[in-house]
Design a protein around this ligand. Structure first.
Ligand code: ARG
Length: 587
């Protein structure tokens, strides 16, 4: 089904064409002044400019044409030549009927036939996930849900950080602490033990210590560098030890993503593309794209139009170790080979913008990206109430795990204050509190413009009033409860009836979902979904306050209103699902 707005635009476009103007001038949008009109068309002004005519007269001619279409209740001309439009209620009703019969018709299908790889999450082996990684996970997951809903063929990859200096730091730290382990003896002693010598907890404790040691002692840093080079070169004991690190870490990471309801199609890491690196380096050298500079192998990625300097990309350091940038280039080659995507999106901290600029330029320059568009989808930082990056009370990095349990506690408190879910069995209460806590965190994150920084304020995020995740969950639960109470009287086939202003406003909102989803996709902007679902809930709330539903005596009206409830619920649930937010059965 074409969306309501595109159908109206096509009708107006035909009217413009019939008057000898470009059909694009018939673009129709929701009115900026809902008190005056439902829709507006500003094309007469542009037409007048082009034809050097009088805009009001042109608007009159368009109005005369539109009057013939039988869609409009009222067409008026305002100011210098704005055309204001109001649809017939019957048109809204029939549109809603189609929507009820085929809910998927509200999806824009903008991605049909297109494939994309989504790179998000990006946690690092042995380092705990922090709020920065949380943003990547939440935004990336929302985009994967949205793109899929819009028809894209998506492959998501967590892209573990498993190949850099931190691996060498850990190996050399263990070599100092447990020199007797078989991994450190020269030569190949495989098979190495199956059991890991360290747990995830050990790693989380060891890594900060190793990193601090390297910072304070150049000899330790040198040892870590050597271990990194040897690991990458394939030293068997180091590879075996590294495998343990990856497995121990990945298990914990999977648990954390699970608790957030976030799934990836692929659990690959930087190391997966490593086998491709020697070939890529040879090729770039042969073609003169990579050159030696002060011992390192670099690619010049500057462009004549640069206003700020873009430094060269370092493909291989003088010690032979490869970089974050090198594995990113090789991963593009791998993705192009495996998925042949039209688009690769990287949902990564905005502060890595230069890194991606260098990687994308080098990859394009070398013609390695196939037909894929490469795009960095950056985001801002999460700050504490002091405006500085969010930390624990003790000043440490806030771990994701702790953050989720804080949110659940806060949610439990709020539910109790609001008298919600208090009488349910304890397991159900716990489940609801968990879902509310996660909804609070996710919605707060997604509703901000992605590149802005925001302040982490659990107290505000968990409120049941205002623009929050819990408010929207509650809005959906309330509709569920109305429908449950309606029970048998709820006629599935009940046609939505549009009689009042509140019903009209709700109907118009319900019918503009395709546009909201499409612009959220084009702008990679989850906040547009948040805005839309919040407006929808507000419109519903006005309708609900102003009308009797269960106590309505007129059966048709009652059925029609229940029909509106069902449609609204199904849209809210779908939109919250796109945000990764679960709706409990009751609260
Ligand atoms: N591991 C990186 C970090 O923690 C993020 C990885 C993002 N993805 C990528 N292909 N570079 O900063």
């Amino acid at each position: 089904m074409t969306s309501l707005l595109s159908e109206l635009s096509a009708t107006a476009g035909a009217a413009f064409a019939a008057e000898g103007f470009l059909p694009e001038l018939g673009q129709i949008q929701l009115s900026d002044r809902p008190d005056l009109a439902q829709f507006q068309c500003n094309g007469a002004l542009a037409a007048a400019k082009q034809a050097k005519g009088n805009p009001r007269q042109i608007a009159e001619r368009i109005r005369a044409r539109l009057t013939e279409s039988a869609l409009f209740e009222e067409i008026t001309i305002a100011g210098p030549g704005f055309i204001n439009l109001r649809l017939k209620d019957a048109i809204l009703e029939s549109r809603l009927q189609t929507l009820a019969a085929r809910p998927d018709s509200a999806l824009p299908a903008s991605g049909r036939g297109k494939a994309a790889v989504l790179d998000f999450g990006g946690p690092n082996i042995a380092k705990p996930m922090h709020v920065g990684h949380l943003r990547s996970a939440i935004i990336g997951d929302c985009l994967q849900r949205l793109f899929r809903a819009n028809g894209w063929n998506i492959s998501s990859d967590v892209h573990l950080g498993d190949w850099g200096l931190q691996m060498g730091q850990l190996i050399s730290e263990l070599a100092i602490r447990f020199p007797g382990l078989p991994y450190f003896a020269p030569g190949d002693h495989s098979p190495y033990p199956v059991e890991s010598p360290v747990t995830m907890d050990d790693l989380e404790r060891l890594y900060p210590e190793a990193a601090a040691a390297c910072k304070n002692d150049p000899a330790r840093l040198e040892a870590a560098r050597c271990a990194t080079v040897e690991l990458q070169a394939g030293r068997p004991g180091y590879r075996a030890l590294w495998q343990h690190f990856v497995e121990a870490s990945a298990e914990g990471l999977r648990r954390e993503y699970d608790s957030l309801g976030i799934c990836f199609d692929e659990w690959r890491g930087e190391s997966d593309a490593d086998p491709l690196i020697p070939g890529i380096i040879e090729d770039l050298k042969d073609r003169g794209l990579a050159v030696i500079d002060q011992g390192a192998l670099i690619v010049d990625v500057s462009e004549p139009s640069d206003t700020v300097e873009v430094p060269p990309l370092i493909l291989m350091k003088s010690d032979g170790a490869v970089n974050y940038a090198t594995t990113d280039i090789a991963t593009i080659v791998q993705r192009v080979r495996d998925h042949d995507p039209d688009l690769i999106l990287y949902v990564v901290d905005q502060r890595q913008h230069l890194h991606f600029q260098q990687v994308f330029r080098a990859t394009r320059k070398a013609g390695l990206a196939g037909h894929a568009v490469l795009e960095h989808v950056g985001y801002g930082t999460v700050n504490g109430k002091d405006g500085k990056p969010f930390k624990t009370r003790a000043g440490g990095v806030m771990k994701l795990y702790d953050l989720i349990s804080m949110a659940t506690d806060e949610a439990r408190k709020r539910l109790a204050e609001a008298g919600l879910a208090t009488e349910y069995p304890p397991e159900e209460q716990a489940r609801i509190a968990g879902a509310v806590g996660i909804a609070a965190i996710k919605f707060a994150d997604l509703s901000n413009n992605r590149v802005s920084n925001y302040i982490f304020d659990l107290e505000r995020f968990t409120k049941f009033e205002g623009k929050t995740g819990p408010y929207l969950q509650y809005a959906a639960v309330r509709i569920k409860s109305v429908l449950r109470k309606a029970g048998d009287e709820r006629q599935k086939s009940a046609l939505p009836v549009i009689r009042s202003e509140e019903e009209r406003a709700l109907a118009l909102q319900l019918l503009s979902m395709p546009e909201a989803l499409e612009s959220a996709e084009t702008r990679r902007a989850p906040n547009l979904i948040c805005d839309y679902v919040f407006r929808l809930a507000q419109n519903f709330s006005r309708f609900y306050t102003e009308h009797h539903i269960l106590s309505e005596a007129d059966v048709d009206l009652k059925g029609g209103r229940l029909g509106l409830c069902e449609l609204t619920l199904s849209e809210i649930e779908r939109l919250l699902m796109l945000l990764g937010i679960e709706v409990p059965e009751r609260m």
